[in-house]
Design a protein around this ligand. Structure first.
Ligand SMILES: NC(=O)C1=CN([C@@H]2O[C@H](COP(=O)(O)OP(=O)(O)OC[C@H]3O[C@@H](n4cnc5c(N)ncnc54)[C@H](OP(=O)(O)O)[C@@H]3O)[C@@H](O)[C@H]2O)C=CC1
Ligand SMILES: O=CC(=O)O
Length: 293
């Protein structure tokens, strides 16, 4: 199967490499074209524009940073729309809001092409291992056609109905994840300031009802103040912001998420946006400084 791939950041690179490893013919494009080199060494072809990829491939997947990137790659000069037509499918796996996704869907559909949004749950390692959870919505026929690629990229795919539902589900999940990361950071600080071992806290958490892979994976590095980027903090803050906007729209009060968003914003203002989202711990540590320290 031949697929195009737009966006070779942390996730896109891992996903495109995975497709190549599983025998797919992959044609890539990235805004910073030099990032395509590693993919070429692994057997990918390169095009110089998104339009070039669309022209060449029946199916094209995008994995871009945020709504503005997703829109720009579709609507700008040399973008997706210039070559989109009947018989082609565009699958946007970026995390964006439902409005952005719907705008892209309408434009693609007007050309006669098919659109699927398919944001993913799971970070760098699940992307490398083909263990993502795919939250698809949009054109059901395209979903069925692209399943061979989803089977390589993920451990489970959900089809959630009309465009927007995948985006909303992803934002709900990441709103919970961002709030959990803040609560976890506060727990690490509180344990430390109470004279308790943080490692023992991790061991206790692991055995109880709130055990989860995120605490287990991120905790040891956080204890060493290390935040190698798997899920960049700037993207987690974008997801909190978009989830809060969804809450505004639906009149859902979310004080926990709002407080977590403030902590991520503060972390960004301190220059931590490109670190892993667990770097919010740095903000919580400072906020948690008592008058005794
Ligand atoms: N990392 C993670 O753990 C996860 C991330 N996601 C989501 O997946 C998406 C990608 O994440 P990730 O790979 O981590 O992000 P990165 O920041 O590593 O990569 C972002 C990609 O978007 C491209 N890009 C940014 N702005 C533009 C623009 N204006 N025009 C064209 N291309 C642009 C970048 O190109 P360039 O190289 O030129 O900068 C790069 O290819 C995001 O929506 C994120 O929220 C979802 C699940 C997990
Ligand atoms: O969006 C991030 C993730 O880990 O899922």
């Amino acid at each position: 199967m031949e697929v195009g791939f737009l966006g070779l950041g942390i996730m896109g690179k891992a996903m495109a490499l995975n497709l190549l490893r599983h025998g797919f013919s992959v044609t890539v494009w990235n805004r910073t074209l030099s990032k395509c080199e590693e993919l070429v060494e692994s057997g990918a072809s390169v095009e110089e524009t998104p339009a070039g990829v669309i022209k060449k491939c029946k199916y094209t997947i995008a994995m871009l940073s945020d709504p503005s990137a997703a829109l720009s790659v579709v609507f700008d000069k040399d973008g997706v729309l210039e070559q989109m037509c009947s018989g082609k499918g565009y699958i946007d796996m970026s995390t964006v809001d439902a409005q952005t996704s719907s705008k892209i869907s309408e434009a693609i559909t007007k050309t006669g092409g098919c659109f699927l949004e398919a944001p993913v749950s799971g970070s760098k390692k699940p992307a490398e291992d083909g263990q993502l959870v795919i939250l698809a919505a949009g054109e059901k026929a395209l979903y069925e056609e692209i399943i061979p690629a989803f089977d390589v990229l993920g451990k489970k795919s959900f089809f959630l109905g009309q465009v927007g539902n995948g985006a909303k589900m992803k934002l709900v999940v990441n709103m919970i994840m961002g709030s959990m990361m803040n609560a976890f950071s506060e727990g690490l600080v509180l344990a430390d300031r109470s004279g308790l071992s943080q490692q023992t806290l991790l061991d206790v958490l692991e055995l109880g009802a709130v055990a989860n892979p995120m605490f287990k994976l991120k905790g040891p590095a956080m204890m060493k103040n290390a935040y190698p980027p798997a899920f960049p903090l700037k993207h987690q803050q974008k997801d909190m912001r978009l989830a809060l906007a969804l809450g505004d729209e639906r009149a859902v009060s979310m004080p926990v998420a709002a407080a977590s968003n403030e902590a991520f914003k503060k972390a960004r203002s301190l220059g931590l946006g490109d670190q892993d989202f667990s770097a919010v711990y740095e903000v919580v540590k400072v906020a948690g400084s008592s008058e005794e320290s």
